[in-house]
Design a protein around this ligand. Structure first.
Ligand SMILES: Cc1cc2nc3c(=O)[nH]c(=O)nc-3n(C[C@H](O)[C@H](O)[C@H](O)COP(=O)(O)OP(=O)(O)OC[C@H]3O[C@@H](n4cnc5c(N)ncnc54)[C@H](O)[C@@H]3O)c2cc1C
Length: 422
């Protein structure tokens, strides 16, 4: 029998690795601007498996240009301290949306494909090959693990928290990746209009646990927590047990589980010669909540604009692509800096401190401030406003934070980004 014919190498303007919200947003904008775009996705179906709680702001719907994936609106939240004192607030209008996350990914991929991007699922970025000077040679693996080769003028790494593209281009990664565990319950008691957040070492050291209504009578329950020797799943089981007691009955059987990680911190560089990183691959994630859909899509829009300019000028040098870091940092960098600083302070608080904080939030005019200033994409605004208007809160926190708030300075104090992975 004849040996199978070798596939001739393909040439593309842009190779996007990863068909999540960041990859498909970049692919859409670049295809729309006339560039040839190949998107490769290692899974067999875009959007599967789901690795997200799917809570987003209106800005995400605006960036997607559709509300078709919305399953529920959220007007309020209850925040529980580890001792289970709580503070609740409700806004008259929707403040967040629970979406069908797989539906968002499919919608964004369809939009990019309609604009001309080519999608190949069950196709994995494997590694870089020694290449020509006018492009990047990449080895991909198809569904049967058969290798084939493409050349692209530019590679966009949108391949999530464990980015193989970042490693291949030797772009450094944050060491702090918070393990997360979530389950979906088709039936759950609880307020269908409000989310619940659980703070403290008891439930989720390092971030928080959540109960999110899914708009169909069920809920998504999860935890993202520091890996301190106890798994995120163990914290999740503790939260689940508590929810069963709180609601007076267990939540029943879960239909889906997800295990993933949330990158926290900033990278020194999200570009290199002929490469840009977007979304979780670039750690463009809100440090106070771990949410990354809005930030990833926003940065992908910026990446596409910079890439379009660089492709037209035929200058894909690291110097030209550094404009991407400058522009996304101008849009989100200060919010990330402040959030990292606040996170550093909050993760050092004891459970007793957090209980006192929740109590103080409930006993001042804070819920009204939260309703007025709360914004899930820019949470540092409401924290700052709360600290500015409630001296009792500042007294509960370390002196440095109080000094920052009362200084009126716009910039947050410098926070060490922490060690980085090679
Ligand atoms: C438990 C949990 C809950 C979350 N909840 C929320 C939330 O409520 N709201 C919110 O805004 N954010 C949330 N996030 C974060 C959010 O899911 C991510 O920030 C977001 O998915 C990042 O989008 P992305 O496109 O950068 O990457 P991803 O969505 O991770 O997409 C990356 C894609 O790349 C593919 N890929 C990876 N490696 C390769 C390879 N070598 N070759 C080809 N393809 C590859 C993957 O299969 C994947 O499809 C949550 C995260 C977790 C873990």
């Amino acid at each position: 029998m004849d040996a199978p014919a070798e596939r001739p190498p393909e040439r593309w303007d842009v190779l996007v690795v990863g068909a999540g919200p960041a990859g498909s947003t970049a692919a859409y904008r670049l295809a729309q601007r006339g560039h040839s775009v190949l998107v490769v996705e290692e899974h067999g179906k875009v959007g599967q498996p789901v690795q997200c709680a799917g809570l987003v702001s209106r800005r995400v719907l605006d960036l997607a240009g559709s509300e078709s994936m919305v399953r529920a609106t959220v007007r309020g939240a209850s925040v529980f301290g580890p001792g289970l004192g709580s503070v609740s607030f409700h806004a008259p209008e929707p403040r967040a949306f629970v979406i069908d996350r797989a539906g968002l990914d499919v919608y964004l991929a369809d939009r990019a494909a309609r604009a001309g991007a080519e999608y190949r699922t069950s196709t994995r970025f494997d590694r870089l090959l020694p290449g020509p000077v006018d492009g990047v040679r990449v080895r991909l693996l198809d569904g049967e693990d058969a290798p084939f080769e493409v050349t692209a003028r530019l590679v966009i790494g949108a391949d999530g928290v464990a980015s193989a593209v970042a490693r291949a281009f030797r772009l450094r990664r944050p060491v702090e990746i918070l393990p997360a565990f979530e389950a979906e319950f088709p039936a759950s008691p609880g307020d269908p209009d409000a989310v619940e957040v659980y703070l403290g070492r008891r439930f989720a050291p390092g971030l928080f646990g959540w109960w999110i209504p899914d708009g169909a009578g069920g809920a998504r329950v999860g935890v993202a927590a520091d890996a301190d020797g106890t798994s995120a799943r163990a914290y999740y089981l503790r939260l689940l047990e508590h929810l069963g007691k709180r609601f007076g009955r267990p939540l029943g059987s879960a239909t889906a589980y997800l295990v993933s990680g949330i990158p926290i911190g900033t990278l020194p560089k999200t570009h290199g010669e002929r490469v840009l990183l977007v979304g979780d691959a670039a750690a463009q994630v809100k440090p106070l909540s771990g949410g990354g859909i809005f930030t990833g899509m926003t940065c992908a829009e910026i990446a596409a604009t910079v890439a379009d300019e660089a492709l037209r000028a035929d200058d894909l040098s690291a110097g030209a692509l550094a404009e991407y870091d400058r522009r996304w940092s101008a849009a989100l960098g200060e919010e990330f800096r402040r959030a990292l600083y606040l996170r550093r302070v909050f993760t050092r608080l004891s459970d007793a401190d957090l209980d006192a904080l929740v109590h103080a939030l409930g006993s001042t005019g804070s819920p009204a401030t939260i309703v007025a200033f709360g914004d899930i994409d820019f949470p540092t605004h409401v924290v700052r406003e709360l600290l500015r208007t409630s001296p009792s809160l500042v007294r509960l926190l370390p002196k440095a934070l109080g000094a920052w708030v009362s200084s009126g300075a716009y910039r947050a104090p410098d926070v060490e980004p922490g060690p980085l992975r090679k």
